[in-house]
Each structure stands twice: as structure tokens, then as C-alpha cells.
Design a protein around this ligand. Structure first.
Ligand SMILES: Cc1cc2nc3c(=O)[nH]c(=O)nc-3n(C[C@H](O)[C@H](O)[C@H](O)COP(=O)(O)OP(=O)(O)OC[C@H]3O[C@@H](n4cnc5c(N)ncnc54)[C@H](O)[C@@H]3O)c2cc1C
Ligand code: SF4
Length: 332
């Protein structure tokens, strides 16, 4: 592990000032929250900050539901959010995505902010023995392009990077039109979660729109997302403690057996949480027993590009959408 100074600032403004200095390796400042991802990256020399700024005790961990919708403090743990009565009752998609993530031990300490900012599980990114990784070392190449790319993305890719965004929670949140409250030394701002992560393009090391030193303070979900019929389907190589090969988050507004509005997002197949408006539009107006979901799901493959080992994901993601829509539609 590269030696670093652990800073424990007394308040958030001190943390923001320190974070702005510490964010020199890439666009995301070197903060640590629950540490479940960051410590692994430190141990493997993937991250080598001189300073690590602890956010412990500095950010809100409240979970509130009001007329505006749901607000999750960035420090709220995955475990607490997953079983919170109002989340389970009104925003079950979030609870399902969380309970399908990681393990109870990880969920007990991992936070909302850290979850949506966790780094890719691309094995070449996480093993510094491989020199070619544009995300870890800009302009070094990409070992995954012609390497083992079964886990990699087929949507939102570029010639520089095909790494999958790993968060299940972010996929559910993007389907529910969530927003992120961001705090920095210059003040606060709000961005849609769908715009938080960047496409890799030619600069895959720039993963989010956060400026150096900025933190996620909270995540909000509008009230309109409450009470929809929803389902989070996660296909993975083993039943627990495993990331998605493909996942589908679906939330439906249903009236008289017909879909009025659909929200659909994919995980495990794209470089960022992937909302699919063309599929949503095609689903709108369909009867729940029409048996036509497959034609709508096929539109998810528009623009999909495989690199060999991950070809199967293009078919699997369409099947996952169909199953998730059927399951969501069957809920009371
Ligand atoms: C074995 C294992 C299995 C897992 N399986 C899954 C899975 O199936 N699905 C899934 O979604 N996840 C999975 N995870 C990932 C896990 O959910 C994340 O590690 C966790 O959510 C990160 O939260 P944290 O608070 O520990 O973040 P940290 O590790 O502390 O930080 C992660 C990143 O976020 C930044 N950061 C943290 N908080 C903030 C903030 N408020 N503002 C700005 N930057 C911040 C840090 O600088 C760092 O870059 C797994 C992890 C492990 C170890
Ligand atoms: S896919 Fe992205 S993260 Fe993985 S080796 Fe290529 S550049 Fe690095």
C-alpha cells in the first residue's frame, strides 16, 4: 500500500477544502466513507493518494420520506436503507437492488454516496500487473478489448474503455429519476443521477461530473416514483455476493391492466447506469397480458456492440427486461 496521511476533518467545510487538494490523481477526490471499495483499491495499489480524507461523521445519514419524495443522506448505509419501512413500502425497487448487492457485512458499512461512486470491477483495472488500462493510467491502452471481456459492457462503450459500471443501486435510482445533491467549497448543486456518470469516450479516467473536492451529500427520488409496480432482476454467476452479469430495473404505472408509463434501466451491460427510453416508449400502452414485451425489449439492443466473450449479454439483457416487466406487472 502506498503510504498516505489519513485526515479526519472536524466539519464538512474542512473536508471539502482538503478534498479539493487531494483530487489530483483523477477527477474524483480521494475521500473515504465506508471504505469497502476504497480499501481494496488502496491495498492493490490501484489508488495511491498521499491524503485520504475521511467523511465519517460529516454527512447526513437520515432517510426521510415526505411530500417531495424520498431523501437518502449520503452516509446512510445500504443495510439501513434496504430495510427502511418507507423504502420497502413505497420504493421497493431500491430495497430490492440493495438486498441483491454484496453481502450483509458489506451492506452494514457501505454508504449511499460510496455505492454510486464505487469503481468498476474490470479485472484489468483492479490488477496493476496489467499495464494497459486507460481508466487507471490514461493513454496506456485497454487490455480488455482483446482480452477476457465476458464481464464487460456492450452499451455506452468507446474505443478507449468497455468497463461496466457496477452499482445495482444506481440502476434502480436512474429508473426512478433520482437526483444527487452535491456539496463543494463553492456551494451546493443538484444533478440528475442519469447525468452523474460520464460515458468513457476518450477519457475513461474521468468517471463523473464531480469536480475535485465535491462530495455527494444526498440522493433524492421524486414522489411520483412512489407506489409503482416494480421489480429488480439481477442475473449473476452465483446467488449471492456477486456483481450483475445483467440486471434490469423496471417500474410500471399500470391502469386497467395496461401499462400507462414504463421506466426501464439496465445494469451489468453498460458503462454507466443505462436508462432505455425507446424500450419505455414501446412498452407504454401495452396490455399486461399482451405477450408483446419481447418486441419492446429488442429495442434495448440498438447500438449494442460486443467484443467477443460478452456477445451473450445482448440476448440476455432482452430476456431480463421481459422477465422484469412480467414480474413487475404481476405485482399487486
Ligand atoms: C465482495 C464485495 C461484493 C460486492 N458486491 C456488490 C454488488 O453486488 N452490487 C453492488 O452494487 N455493489 C457491490 N459491492 C460494492 C459495494 O456496494 C461498495 O463497495 C460500497 O457500496 C461502497 O460504499 P463505501 O461507503 O464503502 O465507499 P468507499 O469505499 O468509502 O468509497 C467508494 C468511492 O466513493 C467515494 N466516496 C464515498 N462517499 C463519497 C461521497 N459522499 N462523496 C464523494 N465521494 C465519495 C470514495 O472516494 C471512493 O472513490 C461489493 C463490494 C464487495 C467488497
Ligand atoms: S475496459 Fe476500461 S477499465 Fe478495463 S482495462 Fe479497458 S480501459 Fe481499463
Amino acid at each position: 500500500m502506498h503510504p498516505f496521511a489519513l485526515e479526519r476533518p472536524r466539519d464538512l467545510s474542512a473536508a471539502l477544502a482538503l478534498g479539493a487538494q487531494a483530487g489530483r490523481n483523477d477527477a474524483v477526490a480521494e475521500y473515504i466513507a465506508g471504505g469497502t471499495d476504497m480499501v481494496q483499491l488502496l491495498q492493490e495499489y490501484v489508488r495511491r493518494p498521499d491524503r485520504l480524507v475521511s467523511l465519517a461523521g460529516l454527512l447526513d445519514d437520515a432517510i426521510d420520506v415526505g411530500p417531495q419524495g424520498l431523501r437518502l443522506g449520503a452516509a446512510a448505509t445500504m443495510a439501513k436503507v434496504a430495510v427502511h419501512q418507507d423504502v420497502v413500502g413505497q420504493f421497493p425497487l431500491i430495497s430490492q437492488a440493495l438486498l441483491n448487492s454484496a453481502s450483509p457485512q458489506v451492506r452494514n458499512v457501505a454508504t449511499m454516496g460510496g455505492n454510486v461512486l464505487q469503481r468498476t470491477r474490470c479485472p484489468y483495472f483492479r490488477d496493476v500487473g496489467y499495464e494497459a488500462c486507460n481508466k487507471r493510467a490514461p493513454s496506456s491502452g485497454c487490455a480488455a478489448m482483446d482480452g477476457e471481456n465476458r464481464w464487460h459492457a456492450v452499451l455506452g462503450t468507446s474505443d478507449s474503455c468497455i468497463a461496466v459500471h457496477p452499482s445495482d443501486l444506481a440502476v434502480a435510482l436512474v429508473a426512478l429519476d433520482a437526483e444527487v445533491e452535491i456539496s463543494g467549497a463553492g456551494g451546493t448543486r443538484t444533478v440528475p443521477l442519469a447525468d452523474l456518470h460520464r460515458l468513457p469516450g476518450a477519457t475513461p479516467h474521468l468517471e463523473t461530473v464531480l469536480e475535485p473536492g465535491e462530495v455527494i451529500a444526498a440522493i433524492t427520488v421524486p414522489a411520483g416514483a412512489a407506489g409503482l409496480r416494480s421489480h429488480y432482476l439481477k442475473v449473476r454467476d452465483r446467488a449471492s455476493f456477486e456483481f450483475a452479469v445483467v440486471s434490469a430495473a423496471v417500474a410500471l404505472d399500470v391502469a386497467d391492466g395496461r401499462i400507462r408509463q414504463a421506466r426501464v434501466a439496465l445494469g451489468g451491460v453498460a458503462t454507466k447506469p443505462w436508462r432505455i427510453p425507446n424500450v419505455e416508449q414501446a412498452l407504454s400502452g401495452m396490455s399486461l397480458d399482451s405477450g408483446e414485451f419481447r418486441s419492446a425489449a429488442a429495442l434495448a439492443a440498438d447500438g449494442a456492440q460486443s467484443r467477443g466473450h460478452n456477445e451473450f449479454k445482448i440476448e440476455l439483457m432482452q430476456r431480463a427486461i421481459v422477465r422484469a416487466v412480467e414480474t413487475a406487472g404481476a405485482r399487486a
